[in-house]
Design a protein. Structure first.
Length: 1189
């Protein structure tokens, strides 16, 4: 593999290197002598502005257009219509359209200009070396430090440099055509510095070489659009070139054609034989079009950092962004869209630092069939980044930001190219590190943050290797190489195709001879959801080759994650992991990985690779092809109900585990699973009818893990899914059968088919198979399993067939001794039987039958109970009669306040105070929480209420005081089952009063009537349904009590009470909706209670501190009885009864109170009340505000 990037070919070690840029004094001095005799040359003076228009255009032969040596001039402008035309009669040396430089014995060590702008035409042609706009500093004499500073260069017109076919190549002579050149060169002694703020192209720059003759290898033919250079050719001197920004704008077009190097935009550092060369490039942006074609090395944008001897070469680039089009085509050796290379060919170091590289639009790199590849091999790449050492020095290239494609990169070699000994390589994006050369001892280090594709990368036509994204490191001699990358992420589409020896969508290759070669990805490699990687061979390939003392390694510190599609389209593996590769976090797949060809492995991991785990998760996960990973543990998880991950080929792994959420189907007889450390099933393993699944190793179930065997019928025979285990079997006493309708019919009609042998076989021992619980998907067929361990080491099934659904649901195995389930079992079974006899089961019925069929008898009983339990049953279980209790208590508390003795009141009022005609208004918010325990296999409930009562009362006669009140109460009831809840809105109106019998006794009465509105939800979890209903109720309440007061002192009293309280509620009938077949039709029901009580109250009124009270009553509910409702499935069938809970007859009521009179006819009364029955408690809180006048 040849990764050497010599963008300006064979320059190192040649005395004529960059002669056109002023490096070689002798040549440029000769050129200057010629210009001195020119009569059309414009030579500006210091500070002078030069403007070339249509009236003073320059048209010269063998002369420069504008030349300034060692002078800082003003602005130089070629206006629209202005022309600088420079021609040559012979290959006489360098000719420039505009040349500003310092060196060559200049009188001043500084030169420069303001803005150099071309809006017209600059044309230079047919000299040996020519530049449209040439700006440079040349440090060539002892102690001669030189510098050039240019504000900016802008082309808005046309710059053309041409060497056409009238020129012949002469042995040992170079040819160069460049649009704009800028740089610093030093030779012998003296520092050289060149600085420009910006170089901008808004129009056309064209350079071409079409000279005739043969290049013998001693000539350099360069066709360059815009070039920046820094060259050191001796001594300990520095050449430094700096540019802040380089932009080819939207309308800009740069076209370069022919020669050894055809480079659209180039940055070049060179050191030979000594010195230091540095380029500081700022932001490089292409928004227009760059086209490079026909050069031996053909590159759209090139960054070449090289040293051949002891000196160092350094290049920094802030960012490179392509927002336009870059086309590189038809070169025989290196054809690259954007290329970065840091190279040392001697003892010096080459250091390249880049911020970020981003393609946002189009890069097209192609080589046509008509091109003959170079003997040096042919490399075609969209974007290439790397370093190489051929000597004792070290080469580095680092990218601190991301290497990103958001647009389209296409790299193609024509299929008709015929190669000989040379090799053809094609990549979309590549990162490389390489050492070569017999005397090499230097090291190479290349680092990139993240490599990201968010667009489209296409690579095709390589003969040796083709890759969409490639990371390649190689040592050919003693030096070490290393590539360090933070992560690789594909969010777009990557395609690699052709007939190469090696083809990969994303390829990692580490090759070592004497030195060590390594690739280190510290984070994750991710193929995102919706993204694709497609290759004619391996989708993602990790490959190492070791041919000497060195080691070749690839290390991924994170995880290889696939959420999209990784596909081998022709003959290869979805993911191939070669020896010497470590993926620390393993492989995680939630998408599709596909292999193809004669050995279609989705994942192939060689034995000497280290990948500890393969995780397959989710419903979208697919592996098309087998898995070869003898040292990896496979885990399957995340399949939703009814979905299975199906095998796509054989598996040879360390272990296989199905998580509790996982579901695996062995899809074919050939899909055997080989495990060295066992197969652990905590989820579901399914073998369809007709498939013989095989596990080589031990098989064990744990937790809820289950093996499912499919049973079908084919031409009068039963076909079965079978599992053959070569080792031991532990079924954890669980087995599941999926039986088809055809098999059910055959089993029903042919009793001889009901014994099914060998659904599981094993080679050694069995455990937890003595009491196997078999569940199936049929209500009409049940199975039992037996382990024949002593005879033939197999587990057999026996089928039992029932005639109808009613018998199946009403069987003793299902309802046992629970008589409460017989009604719903009969009703539901009748509906199914009638439907089957008629037009057939509806889709909803089919689903219910299937769900019930899959349950164990205990599970079916639970499901039937969920179906029959109604929200009404919950609501009338003492709740409906209690919802008015808050309002009843409010009126009772008001009566108690009316009858408080006057001696205990700060401001006497009310009947007991002897004041006639007093009217009192009161407002009372209240709330309560209650809880009923489960009882008699009936779920209890939690209840919370909140409400508001408003009333007024006054004296009617000397012995009577009465009032009226209204209330609203909101009550929430939640069943302890967690599946039902009822919201009740209750509206009530009531009257209350008290009649004094004598000074210390009285009778109290109250009555109310109300209306309730119910909103219920009833979940049936097993069936995944929710039934809803709205219905109403009417309630009535009446109470009578007799009180007698016993005084202990003027501030304390004791009151005795006997009472009777009656409540009645009538709940309307209703029909549910939302649960289809399982909707219930509920008849109306009612409930009443009569509570007889005896109790007392103690009150204490410290002076000016209000009245404290404590009360208690023991009651007996004379009418307490179990509630029940008559229920029918809305779909039909017989009615059945759903029982509610029988309340406890004995109860206790009590509470605490505090009443405070403010003295402004306002009374505040705060109370806590409770009701306690066995298994039930209710706690109420209220505050009453009273105003009397």
């Amino acid at each position: 593999m040849n990764t050497r990037k010599e963008f300006i070919r064979s320059r190192l070690g040649k005395a004529t290197t960059l002669a056109c840029f002023g490096v070689m004094a002798t040549l440029t001095m000769v050129c200057e002598d010629v210009r001195a005799a020119a009569i059309a040359v414009v030579t500006p003076t210091a500070g002078q502005n030069i403007t070339i228009g249509s009236t003073n255009s320059i048209d010269v032969t063998d002369k420069d257009g504008i030349v300034s040596n060692g002078v800082v001039v003003g602005n130089i402008t070629v206006e629209s219509g202005g022309v600088i035309d420079v021609d040559a009669n012979s290959l006489m040396g360098e000719l420039d359209g505009i040349r500003v430089f310092v060196g060559n014995g200049s009188a001043s060590a500084n030169a420069g200009a303001g803005n150099i702008t071309n809006k017209g035409t600059i044309e230079v042609k047919n000299s040996s070396e020519m530049v449209g706009i040439d700006l440079y500093a040349d440090g060539e004499g002892p102690g001669d430090n030189v510098a050039i500073d240019i504000t900016g260069v802008t082309n808005e017109g046309t710059i053309t440099t041409t060497i056409d076919n009238t020129v012949s190549i002469e042995s040992g002579k170079d040819l160069l055509a460049a649009g704009i050149a800028f740089g610093a060169d030093t030779s012998n002694k003296g520092h050289a510095t060149a600085k420009v703020n910006h170089v901008t192209n808004r129009s056309r720059i064209e350079s071409s070489i079409a000279a005739t003759g043969t290049n013998t290898g001693n000539e350099n033919l360069e066709s360059l659009g815009i070039v920046f250079h820094a060259a050191a050719e001796g001594g300990a001197w520095n050449a430094v070139t700096s540019v802040s920004s380089v932009t080819n704008e939207n309308e800009g077009k740069i076209t370069v054609t022919g020669g050894d190097s055809a480079l659209g935009i180039a940055f070049v550092t060179e050191v030979d034989p000594a010195g230091n060369a540095t380029i500081n490039a700022g932001n490089v942006v292409n928004q227009g079009a760059i086209t490079a074609s026909g050069g031996v090395d053909t590159v759209g944008i090139a960054f070449y950092n090289g040293t051949a001897n002891p000196g160092n070469a350094a290049m920094t680039v802030d960012s490179v962004v392509n927002k336009g089009a870059i086309i590189a085509k038809d070169g025989p050796e290196d054809v690259v869209g954007i290329a970065f290379s840091s190279e040392t060919n001697g003892a010096g170091n080459a250091i390249m630092k880049v911020g970020s590289v981003t393609n946002e639009k189009n890069i097209i790199v192609t080589v046509a069939d008509s091109v003959t590849p170079s003997p040096e091999d042919l490399w075609v790449s969209g974007i290439s980044f790397g370093a190489e050492s051929i000597g004792a020095g070290n080469a580095t290239a680092t990218m601190s930001g991301n290497f990103t494609n958001r647009g389209s990169i296409t790299s193609t070699i024509g299929s008709g190219i015929v190669s000989g000994s040379e090799k053809l390589y094609v990549t979309g994006m590549d990162v490389y590190a390489e050492t070569e050369g017999a005397g090499n001892t230097g090291d190479v280090a290349v680092g990139v943050n993240d490599i990201v594709n968010e667009g489209k990368v296409t690579a095709s036509g390589g003969q040796e290797a083709t890759a969409g994204i490639a990371l390649y490191t190689e040592t050919k001699t003693a030096g070490d190489t290393g590539i360090a990358v933070s992560g690789v992420v594909n969010k777009g589409a990557i395609t690699a195709s052709g007939n190469s020896v090696n083809i990969a969508g994303i390829g990692f290759r580490s090759k070592a001879a004497a030195g060590d070669a390594s690739i280190n990805v510290s984070g994750d490699i991710v193929n995102e959801q919706g993204a694709s990687i497609t290759s004619d061979k391996h989708g993602i390939d990790f490959s190492t080759t070791k041919g000497g003392a060195g080691s070749a390694t690839i290390t991924v510190g994170g995880t290889l994650i696939n959420r999209g599609t990784i596909k081998s389209a022709s003959d290869g593996h979805g993911i191939h992991v070669g020896a010497g590769t470590t993926i620390t976090g393993g492989v995680t797949n939630t998408g599709t990985i596909e292999g193809s060809g004669s050995t279609p492995y989705a994942i192939h991991i060689e034995d000497k690779a280290t990948v500890s785990s393969i995780s397959i998760s989710g419903d979208s996960a697919r592996l098309i092809g087998g898995v070869e990973a003898a040292n990896s543990a496979v885990t399957l998880s995340g399949q939703s109900n009814g979905n299975y991950f199906a095998t796509g080929g054989p598996y040879k792994v360390k272990s296989f585990g199905i998580d509790a959420t996982g579901a695996l189907q062995i899809a074919d007889n050939a899909h055997s699973i080989t495990v060295t450390n066992g197969f652990d099933n905590r989820g579901t393993l399914r073998v369809p009818a007709g498939v013989d699944g095989q596990i080589t190793g031990n098989y064990a179930q744990a937790g809820d893990g289950a093996y499912i065997t499919g049973i079908d019928a084919d031409t009068g025979s039963i076909t079965v899914g079978k599992l053959a285990v070569t080792g031991s079997v532990d079924l954890n006493d669980k087995l599941v059968v999926e039986v088809t309708d055809a098999a059910k019919d055959l089993l029903k009609t042919d009793a001889s088919k009901r014994s099914i042998e060998g659904v599981v076989t094993y080679g050694t021992t069995s455990s937890n198979t003595d009491a196997i619980v078999v569940t199936d998907n049929s209500l009409l067929v049940d199975f039992t399993a037996k382990d024949n361990s002593t005879t033939n080491k197999r587990i057999d099934l026996t089928a039992t067939v029932m005639d109808n659904y009613e018998d199946a649901l009403s069987s003793k195995d299902v309802i046992g001794n629970d008589a409460s389930l017989s009604g719903i079992a009969t009703a539901l079974g009748t509906i199914f039987d009638d439907a089957k006899k008629g037009s057939g089961l509806s889709a909803d019925m089919e689903k219910i039958v299937e769900t019930l069929g899959k349950l164990t008898p205990v599970g079916r009983a639970k499901a039937l109970k969920e179906v029959k339990e109604t929200s009404t049953a919950v609501a009338v279980s003492g709740v409906a009669a209690k919802v008015g209790g808050g309002f009843s208590g409010a009126m009772q508390n008001r009566v108690a306040a009316i009858t408080t003795p006057s001696s205990m009141m700060v401001a006497d009022s009310g009947l007991a105070a002897g004041d006639g005609g007093v009217t009192s208004w009161w407002l009372k918010p209240y709330g309560s929480i209650g809880s009923q325990d489960n009882k008699d296999d009936i779920f209890g409930y939690d209840m919370d209420s909140r409400g508001l009562a408003l009333g007024f009362d006054r004296d009617l006669w000397p012995k009577w005081r009465a009032g009226i009140a209204v209330s609203y109460t909101d009550t929430d009831v939640d069943s302890n089952s967690g599946t039902q809840n009822v919201d009740i809105d209750t509206y009530q109106i009531g009257v209350y009063g008290t009649r004094e019998l004598n000074a210390d006794s009285r009778v109290n009465v109250q009555a109310s009537i109300g209306r309730g509105q119910y909103d219920s939800k009833r979940a049936i979890p097993t069936m995944g349904k929710v039934a809803k209903a709205d219905y109403d109720s009417t309630n009535f309440m009446g109470a009578l009590s007799l009180e007698k007061d016993y005084f202990k002192s003027t501030d304390s009293m004791l009151r005795a009470t006997v009472s009777a309280e009656y409540a009645y509620v009538d709940v309307d009938g209703y029909t549910e909706d939302g649960a289809d077949t399982l909707n219930l039709k509920i008849s109306g029901t009612d409930q009443d209670l009569l509570i007889l009580g005896i109790g007392g109250e103690y009150k204490h009124a410290p002076s000016e501190e209000g009245i404290f009270s404590i009360r208690g009553t023991v009651g007996y509910d004379a009418l307490a009885d179990k509630s029940s409702v008559r229920t029918q499935l809305a779909a039909g069938g017989a009615a059945f009864t759903t029982d509610g809970m029988a309340p406890e007859r004995f109860l206790f009521r009590g509470g605490l109170g505090y009443e405070l009179q403010t003295g402004n006819n306002v009374t505040i009364d705060a109370r806590y009340d409770t009701e306690l029955r066995k298994g039930f408690d209710d706690h109420a809180f209220s505050v009453k505000l009273e105003y009397s006048y």
